[in-house]
Design a protein around this ligand. Structure first.
Ligand SMILES: [Cu+2]
Length: 171
């Protein structure tokens, strides 16, 4: 009888130990989860910092001043009140890469997509002229407020596509 009690007592002790072990184990699991979360947070912070830096670098590019282009004359020729500008698009650049117009005037872009399908887009003013390989396409817009605007290729044309950019200077 007493032996039995002893055994059951022992058993109870083991049970307690098991419980402790279980609790320890749970605590370790929780610590690991927290630790993992900390690492994830750190990764997230790093990713956000990189994205932020990438964003600020692109804005820097767009915040060039009109004065930086004083040496450039107005592009193209005016015919019937419309400034017509010929632009050639070839992997991976626009020629000319810098286009200068006067604010408020009507502008026609004639895009020669020489070697592949390209596009000529100025996102800030919602302008997008797409071109097919070996073809000339044209589209007009009214030159916006004076400023420096980014021209981008708007048709995927290969590995250098994302770097195919030009500058629209509105004086
Ligand atoms: Cu492209």
């Amino acid at each position: 009888m007493s032996k039995g009690v002893g055994v059951s007592g022992e058993g109870g002790g083991k049970g307690e130990e098991n419980k402790k072990e279980l609790l320890e184990g749970r605590r370790i699991v929780i610590y690991r989860l927290i630790y993992r979360e900390e690492i994830m947070k750190r990764y997230l912070a790093i990713i956000m910092a990189v994205v932020f830096m990438a964003c600020t670098s692109t804005t820097e590019q767009a915040t060039q001043k009109i004065e930086d282009f004083n040496a450039y004359g107005v592009s193209g020729e005016v015919a019937d009140g419309i400034r017509e500008i010929d632009v050639e698009a070839v992997k991976y650049k626009f020629n000319p890469a810098i286009i200068v117009v006067n604010s408020g005037e009507r502008v026609k872009i004639r895009l020669n997509s020489a070697d592949a399908a390209h596009g000529f887009a100025v996102d800030e003013i919602g302008f997008d002229l797409k071109g097919e390989k070996g073809m000339v396409t044209e589209k007009e817009f009214t030159a916006p407020e004076p400023g420096v605007y980014v021209i981008k290729c708007s048709v995927y044309c290969g590995l250098g596509h994302n770097n195919m950019m030009g500058t629209l200077v509105v004086k």
